[in-house]
Design a protein around this ligand. Structure first.
Ligand code: ZN
Length: 254
């Protein structure tokens, strides 16, 4: 077993192989976190010099930033609905990620993809999932079957949201899973804007009245974005999730 340094010698068992893989994974994750932090620190310093305050992106917790980044990858890179999810362990470390891929596979939902990516060594009963949109019936079922202890969602889904059913019967309550509805009004607005933009562009108009009743400002913003061709512009640009988020908060700031 290698303690604290990378082994490069011959691999003589599956256990050693897995240990090396996990160590490598940890090093890459730490390097990525250090890079992200350096980038955020530079941006903060720039804002401090200009006398401006914390950006909307900086106000998001790390799981929400990561879930939003997954949503934007699904939306801009893969042409799917803008929905992303991450799973965090007991220490709040991100252990799995997933984005929506329903444009090519109707069952490829962000939450299911994130749940399927949880490493087997992780104790799921201590994990919570952060998803940008309230889980649908399939994902609510998958969360129950994964025996997670909590689900956080950034915006309600007035057409397919199903988290109320975590309490539906004895089976669903067997492994208690707390439900955490939206708490950040800026993030909620951005998610509703993007989801309603996607729905409008994709011709999913069946539940439009429900979305407008739930969040008139977000639904109006989504309609304007669809009419202006914003999605095509964003696909052609090199906008980061952070830049897109701060832009959307600034144009629709509640
Ligand atoms: Zn789903």
């Amino acid at each position: 077993m290698c303690a604290g340094k990378l082994c490069l010698g011959p691999v003589d068992s599956a256990g050693t192989d897995n240990a090396i893989y996990r160590l490598g994974e940890g090093i890459v994750a730490r390097a990525q976190r250090a890079l992200d932090e350096a980038r955020r620190s530079k941006a903060r310093e720039g804002r401090r010099r200009k006398g401006t305050t914390m950006s909307p992106w900086d106000a998001l917790s790390r799981p929400w930033q990561a879930a939003f980044a997954e949503a934007i990858a699904a939306y801009l890179r893969h042409g799917s609905a803008p929905i992303g999810a991450v799973v965090v362990d007991a220490r709040g470390e991100i252990v799995a990620r997933g984005g929506n891929g329903a444009s090519t596979n109707r069952l490829s939902h962000a939450e299911v993809n994130a749940l399927a990516a949880i490493p087997t060594r992780i104790d799921r009963s201590k994990c919570e999932i952060y998803t940008t949109l309230e889980p649908c019936p399939m994902c609510t079922g998958a969360i129950r079957m994964s025996q997670l202890r909590g689900v956080h969602f950034a915006a309600f889904d007035p057409s397919a949201g199903f988290t109320a059913y975590l309490q539906a019967n004895e089976f669903m309550r067997e492994f208690p899973c707390s439900s955490h509805p939206p708490t950040n009004i800026a993030l909620e607005l951005v998610i509703v804007s993007l989801v309603t933009e996607y729905r409008k562009r994709a011709g999913h108009d069946r539940w439009r009245e429900r979305w407008t009743r739930y969040h008139p400002q977000g639904a109006a913003c989504g309609g304007s974005l669809a009419a202006s061709g914003a999605h095509a512009e964003w696909v052609a640009s090199s906008l980061t999730p952070e830049q897109l988020y701060d832009h959307l908060v600034s144009v629709g700031a509640p």
